[in-house]
Design a protein around this ligand. Sequence first.
Ligand code: PMV
Length: 336
Amino acid sequence: MSQAVTVVSAANIAFIKYWGAVDLDAAVPCNPSISMTLDACRTRCTLGPHPDGSAATEDLVLYREGETDLAPATEAFAGRVRQHLGRLRARCGERDFVRVATTNSFPAAAGIASSASGFSALACAYDAWLGRDSGATELSICARLSGSGSASRSVMGGYVGWPAPDAPEHPAYPLHDAAHWDLADVVALVQTEPKRVSSLDGHRLAATSPYFEKRLAELPRRTEQLAGALAERDWTTFAEELEREAIDLHLIAISSTPPVFYWKPETLAVLERVRRLRDEGVAAASTMDAGANVHVICPRADAEAVAAALRALPGVARVIEDGVGGGPRRVDEPVG
Ligand code: PMV
């Protein structure tokens, strides 16, 4: 337990969204969700012994933004990491405080699931540091202890469902591995600063929408359709359900009390461009998480055409070309 370990874990993009919780603190969702684990949008997390050894009184949490130097994380971020570590320690019967250093390959808190990749990486790194080799189910439960439900899906590669039906402790489960369908996710960043309303607050407000019950009633049909289309690689049905689902999440957000507007005018411009791309014969469909940025899902062969079209839009600050990935892995290079 004295050697620091480094783990890389990617974000995921939900095709069917977790929005609204039965128990928000424990991240127990109102509805099942389906996601694709990404590859390039990832968190790297190094976890090791605390420099103060047994004299340490709390976990040391460091963060590196882009190419800047490693520095103490903000209190808000460090607080969530310490809370997660406290829960991991309690589950594993451990006591020692640790040093954690993390960095993201993409802007945090902007609708690309930085909490998913971050807390998945933390749970996997803690497990590796303890010298355990817990399987994906246990790691998924550990990642969810962070309070980020989507983190429970990022511990697995490929296509993932959550929660597993009738499984105690609500773990995610694998649907298909990454080789099943080579889908790309071309992310149009129209906002790179943190969003004003966190997804935690969005979940909290979801049930105040007069349309929330209707959404829950509709979801079993949509989830089955989308899961079937994913299994069959039926692009047309997949794309239709994907877009409907994303709009539905934002309908709930906008009709919550108080309303939450994640979209920016540029978001709509991207959605409109994707529609025109389809008219031009490019297979592409949009989805958005709790943020203004748009994830354009397409077969890998269409990714270049999609990226070029999005880059040409004036409101798009940056385009990230990502796609389905293989899940967390240990690496040698620490976050320094
Ligand atoms: O895992 P959380 O609490 O950050 O919530 C995720 C919410 C969405 O990204 C909007 C949907 C999802 O299922 O990932």
